[in-house]
Design a protein around this ligand. Structure first.
Ligand SMILES: [Zn+2]
Length: 338
């Protein structure tokens, strides 16, 4: 065979392989994947005004008017590590399971869930509350964007992120004040922490929110892991790997993108069957993670704080704005909150 023919065939083969991979990925992304955990009633879910739907959420211990600022997450974690060890326990641990862009009214789906991490926590001595993002309580106009970076950052530093210049995505947080990922390790509260994500805006780009913290940890030997997977299943895999270790991270913070991706794709809220499916997938992953925590050999002697929360809601196919649907969030704990 002529060299030029070989080259043409090689190029053709490469085009076919790359085209197949890209085409397959795009096709997969555009196809609806109902979760095996969806309830039969999910397909007939009725739409109702947002405020009325929040009033239905009687599994939460406060009303939406009494919502806590999302910075409460920081206090819950600090209080957990500062409180004395219960009898029979020898180590404190905490994990925050973040469902990115999970609208509060999606919790209306809990009563019919076939597998739910939130139900599991609530039914086993835990508590859930309404919380809010955006800097001030609705209906006052939000002072920071109802976006991913300011949302999670507010929880991780215990103050509204706007105060340190993180008002939206793509704005690197100054090193100080440090998030719990670094501060808990540096002040000796824990030995090691870990941040598991798939979104590249957290610490995988030049303008990522925590790029300064990631670099600082690397340069100064701080025992904090910043690990990004390509997709949520990879995030789960990274967490399982960590939790399987005898000496696993003491503080783990993770975000799952199921709900945020589908919200941007086809619409936020439980009126959208595809969004419901994404929520069911997040809940399934959340339950897998809780089971991995409880499967630890040393679980009986560990005092775990397990939190599930979200950074913001959504409206239409977006978020960032002032609407009620974007502002309300929730905090679910395996312990009491109020
Ligand atoms: Zn988000």
């Amino acid at each position: 065979m002529k060299k030029s023919t070989k080259t043409v065939l090689c190029v053709l083969a490469a085009v076919l392989v790359i085209g197949g991979v890209v085409g397959g990925y795009v096709g997969w992304q555009l196809t609806y994947h109902p979760s095996k955990w969806m309830a039969e009633s999910d397909g007939t879910f009725t739409e109702m005004p947002f405020e009325a739907s929040l009033d239905e959420l009687t599994m939460l211990s406060n009303s939406w008017e009494e919502a806590l600022p999302q910075t409460e997450i920081y206090d819950l974690i600090q209080d957990h590590f500062a409180s004395p060890l219960p009898a029979g326990k020898t180590a404190k641990k905490a994990i925050v399971i973040g469902y990115d862009g999970c609208r509060a009214d999606t919790l209306r789906l809990l009563p019919t869930a076939r597998r739910s991490a939130i139900n599991y926590l609530l039914e086993n001595g835990g508590q859930g509350v309404f919380s809010y993002c955006g800097g001030v309580m609705y209906p006052a106009e939000n002072t920071q964007a109802t976006s991913t970076a300011p949302g999670w950052c507010s929880m991780l530093i215990g103050a509204w992120a706007q105060e340190i210049g993180v008002n939206d995505n793509g704005q690197p947080k100054p090193l100080e004040p440090k998030t719990l990922l670094l501060s808990l390790v540096e002040d000796g509260t824990v030995e090691k922490s870990a941040f598991y994500v798939s979104w590249d805006g957290h610490f995988s780009k030049k303008d990522a929110t925590y790029i300064n913290e990631k670099n600082y940890a690397k340069d100064n030997g701080v025992n904090a892991t910043f690990r990004r997977a390509l997709f949520d299943p990879g995030t789960k895999f990274n967490i399982f790997s960590d939790l399987r270790k005898e000496n696993c991270s003491d503080f783990i913070f993770l975000t799952l993108e199921y709900t945020d991706h589908e919200g941007h794709n086809s619409g936020f809220g439980p009126q959208n069957i595809r969004y419901i499916s994404a929520f069911r997938n997040a809940e399934d992953a959340g339950m897998d993670i809780i089971e991995a925590v409880e499967a630890r050999k040393t679980y009986d002697t560990e005092d775990w704080l397990i939190l599930i929360t979200t950074d913001h809601g959504g409206s239409g196919t977006g978020h960032g704005g002032p609407s009620f649907e974007e502002r309300m969030t929730f905090i679910i704990s395996n312990k009491t909150i109020l």
